[in-house]
Design a protein around this ligand. Structure first.
Ligand code: FES
Ligand SMILES: [Fe+2]
Length: 447
């Protein structure tokens, strides 16, 4: 049962597109508690949300704990090997029943008064039950289970709403890009067994959501990293890497995939590098091992090269999953002003240990605790949030490139409408996922 909220937010007034100002949004979208609660209820509790990957719970009785919106949940592979998502909430007085981040257990025992649940969700023991006399609850007191799960290429999504958009319809065109990412593995599967780390920033969750397809910021926010990468790209076999990044590269394309999903499409820019790719996640070059194994699998070297050319694409799956380079990333809204980003290094099944180790090291260089890239972004998110304190001018401008949008086919032969939605090199770059996010929010919130 969802908590009803008032519909007093006038989203139309907070999002403006007009000839004088172009496209702009009001920064209250980042700092209004009611908007945040509506996002939780109507996006995270009613819609589809990424929960975890099958390789994180490979064995019978494996579990990991996650948070869905703000609700703690358990992703469990039960004794019957079936995967389920439960709210991590005791039916007695509501305590979380599982505190471990991950593990293998047939049971979840609440620490407060000892009620016990099986990993299939059944309440199997009420401690000192006789004291309840005839007042034992008679209704179903099992763990609350997400009524709908969706699976695609090992990625597990859940919805807390019994009815709603069918899973594959929700995933839509994001599936093409997820498939290409997984097909990069010789055995067509990725695995997320290297653990994860999280970074918490003091800012709204949408800051990260917007950022992944914002190619505009890289040249400035990541100037140090780009200079370092450029300095290290001189060895034979590496791709040319300029310290300007891809900002004005006419081949860098941002595509709207519909439904809130988006991609920063790297196919064309990687093709321009010939057989030297940036960010393949292996050794910095187009690995002969990977291409050779895929070519054998597909019976086509051309197809293998095409798959690897998608290497650097940044895939955003609304609202909380991001897949890029060597890792899977999730957005965890903690509160209106606090978010945690989790990074899961993604290894390629069927690749050599050398390749997978290189991927992890490459990921660590950019996004590890002392990485070159992640801290830059987090700092920018916090500064942007700080800017929302002043209401003197509450408008945020996201109109760059909007006047030069056009439709073209992506590498899967599908018209993206519009591609370059915020990018029209050399002048355009960021109009922002916020454009779409707010429209999505707008479309989904009023019921
Ligand atoms: S709150 Fe869980 S047993 Fe009492
Ligand atoms: Fe960044």
């Amino acid at each position: 049962m969802l908590t009803p909220t008032k519909n007093y937010i006038d989203y139309e007034a907070l999002i403006q597109e007009d000839p004088e100002y172009g496209f702009r949004i009001n920064h209250h979208l980042y700092k209004d508690e009611e908007i945040f609660q509506q996002e939780m209820e109507r996006i995270f509790y009613k819609g589809w949300v990424y929960i975890g990957h099958e390789t994180e719970i490979p064995n019978t009785n494996d579990f990991v704990v996650r948070v869905m919106g703000q609700r703690p949940v358990i992703l469990s592979r039960g004794e019957d090997d079936k995967i389920r998502v439960f709210e991590n909430k005791c039916r007695h007085r509501g305590n979380t029943v599982c505190q471990e981040q991950r593990g293998n257990s047939k049971f979840f025992r609440c620490a407060y008064h000892g009620w016990m649940y099986s990993n299939q969700g059944e309440l199997i023991d009420i401690t000192h039950a006789s004291i309840y006399g005839d007042r034992l609850p008679t209704e179903d007191m099992n763990l609350l289970e997400a009524p709908r799960l969706g699976f695609h290429r090992g990625f597990i999504f859940a919805s807390l709403a019994a009815e709603g958009q069918p899973f594959m319809e929700y995933l839509g065109r994001a599936a093409d890009y997820i498939d290409r990412y997984c097909d990069l593995a010789p055995e067509r599967e990725i695995f997320l067994t290297a653990g994860r780390h999280g970074i918490t920033y003091d800012g709204n969750w949408k800051m990260q959501l917007e950022n992944l397809t914002d190619a505009y910021h890289a040249e400035y926010t990541h100037a140090t990293a780009l200079a370092a990468f450029a300095a290290n790209s001189s060895s034979e076999g590496d791709a040319e890497f300029t310290d300007r990044g891809d900002l004005e590269d006419p081949l860098s394309t941002q595509r709207d995939l519909g439904g809130g999903h988006a991609v920063l499409d790297s196919f064309a820019i990687n093709r321009s590098q010939g057989d030297k790719l940036r960010f393949t996640g292996s050794t910095g070059t187009l690995s002969e091992e990977i291409v050779g194994k895929i070519a054998e699998r597909e019976g086509s070297r051309e197809k293998a090269v095409w798959l690897t050319h998608g290497g650097g694409s940044h895939i955003t799956v609304f609202p909380n999953l991001m897949i890029l380079w060597d890792a899977v990333r999730t957005i965890q809204p903690v509160s209106l002003y606090k978010s945690t980003i989790y990074y899961h290094p993604a290894q390629l099944k069927g690749a050599s240990q050398e390749i997978n180790t290189a991927r992890i090291m490459s990921h660590q260089t950019g996004f590890g605790p002392a990485g070159f890239l992640a801290p830059d972004d987090m700092e920018m998110f916090e500064r942007t949030q700080l800017g929302t304190v002043s209401d003197t001018d509450p408008w945020v401008y996201l109109n760059r490139g909007l006047s030069d949008q056009y439709v073209s086919k992506d590498d899967f032969g599908v018209d993206t409408s519009p591609p370059n939605i915020w990018v029209k090199p050399p002048n355009g770059v960021f109009g922002g996922i916020t454009n779409r996010l707010c429209r999505i929010t707008l479309n989904r919130l009023p019921t």
